[in-house]
Design a protein around this ligand. Sequence first.
Ligand code: GLC
Length: 711
Amino acid sequence: MKNRAEAPVFHTAVCAEPRQPLSQQENCIRSFPARLAHKELGMESKMIRKYRIGTPFNTESVTADIPQEKGLPEGGRDHVLFADGGRTLLYCLSEGEIIYGLGETVRGINKRGWDYISWNSDMPNHLETRRSLYASQNFLLFDKAYGGEDRCFGLYIDAPGKLEFDLGYTDYSQVRIDLKENDADIYILEGETPGEIVTAFRTIIGRSYVPPKWAFGLGQSRWSYMNEDEVREVADQYRRAGIPLDSIYLDIDYMERYKDFTLNGETFPDFAKFVSEMKEKGVHLVPIIDAGVKIEEGYDVYEEGVRNGYFVKDENGDPFVVAVWPGRSHFPDVLNSGARRWFGDKYSFLLDQGIDGFWNDMNEPSIFYTEKHLNEVFGELDEFRGVNIDIGRLNRLLSLVGEMAQREEDYREFYHDADGVRVRHDKVHNLFGYNMTRAAGEAFRRNRPGERILMFSRSSYVGMHRYGGVWTGDNSSRWEHLLLSMQQMPALNMCGFLYSGADVGGFGEDVTPDLMLRWLALAIFIPLFRNHSALGTRRQELYAFGPETEKKAAQIVRLRYALLPYLYSEFMKAVRDSRMLFTPLGFVWRDDMRARETEDELLVGESILIAPVVKPNASGRMVYLPEEMKLVRLRSAEDYEEEILPAGDHYIRAKLDEVVIFIRKGHVLPLAKAAENTVGVDYGSLAYLCHGAVPEEYELYNDDGISPAEF
Ligand code: GLC
């Protein structure tokens, strides 16, 4: 491990013999110019056109200065028809045309055929019929390479309120985007290939967030570890089982009665000491921060917020009362720069005790109920007393109480002070999570300039990718969610969310050992690698399923650490070059109809293709290879089999403790020996698995894992 003073380096490995350990004396250390050079932006701006509809709210999602076109496109220019003065966008799809994008949503990689709504929502039960999840990332990429005409283009709609994307739902050959009440900036991006368009988009929205290296290790979480001893037990069990671990998450119960920036003094009596005890074991503690601030006299965060007018307000200008975990609460007005600074500085309460990572939750923002509506419900409930409750009344009774949460009407009841401009919340709804995370990210840069702090959020919007990653919220322990967790990755990458991932094993419901193992076999490739589960579900720590599963899980997790030099290098290159980490096959093999339709395989970085098993009771699965690849069946860095496979369909067996990958021709995969945590990964003894390439052709990245990544 290099010490902190050393500069981060990309180097090309030099080794005559593939698969022999390399010493640390690699040469050809190169530093790369920042990609956001003006010259390049100038180039990109030729392929990007910006149209303005009305006077949109400045979301600051786009950082580049793109000149605005005069008027709207006429006739066939820009493929998209701007109807109703630009408030309805129409586009005709051709046969076989793919629509990629829309960030974190349900359904597959190709978004065609469904109607999506951008409206950040606290929405567990990620059914395929959902229209919204926790994030809004309004970027689409159309690709019609197949069937004669080769054209692709990107479309970004920068509008922070509710939008509707009918992507061939009403009519399979037509896209209809309804801006509803939004004013908007609309960007159309041209490029030769989908990859080029993604790079153009990412270049104008600014560089992606980079977490500390330890955040690429396994994290163990559960709602909730209630006290120090429970946390110690988790760390000790992982150590006993020989399963590497880098972090343990603290859910809402570490706080004093769910109050942000407080600690439960009874269950965590000396927090700073405990944080350092865990760090000595190689484990970082990662506490949760929620959007709602409890209303309680004497609670400093509440009192300061009220005193300074830092909370969102009702129509009379009083702090707006909502209910979340602590009961009656206020939301910080994160669209106001003063409030954002104040809220961001609050994270120092935990940073000062040795904490170096956080997760921001409930920031759609989720509302269990508002005080105003609760009073209306109480009023109406009285009318049910003593009357016959027939089916009509019963439904009303049930919905009265059952539908108090996440009511759209409630989001029209409060206001932001966006630095002097009063804005009703629903108009800018999708910006809340982004700006809560931005509050923290800006504060970390101010207060911890020399250090990378882990930060990821549940809710997001394009722009937040500069301050943190995302996790995809409350999924369930279901096979379909294992597949979904893979399919969400490319669309998130397109919008700059590289540090992202789902709750491994599933959050809600009970996981089975085989689902857990198959999920691990996918998740070892995903940057945010966190096992998290809900209160009341089956225990899902990797030692909780008995010795057989524990052994298999240990074997798979150790592969994550063996792959770390590759995954970290690929992550950093994706940040530096504004490109994808997870690439759909259709991006690369654009003329290959089978590749274009493949929804359960992905390229990870430049060298490998993955095809995880996503069904129960399966000894393997069919894998489509668009070209010759080298199969590697990995059990450990020292124990693997290789086989060259021609292009085509193959039934690939994979036991529950194996991970099968495919190395692309002309590519290299570095592999380390397994380690107890990320700090222990030895870059000095890497092996290189090659397919028609030599290790020199691989650009490896390493750094101290903590200093801000500047390249
Ligand atoms: C929300 C989060 C979940 C967390 C729970 C309790 O449901 O999405 O991850 O465990 O709240 O804080």
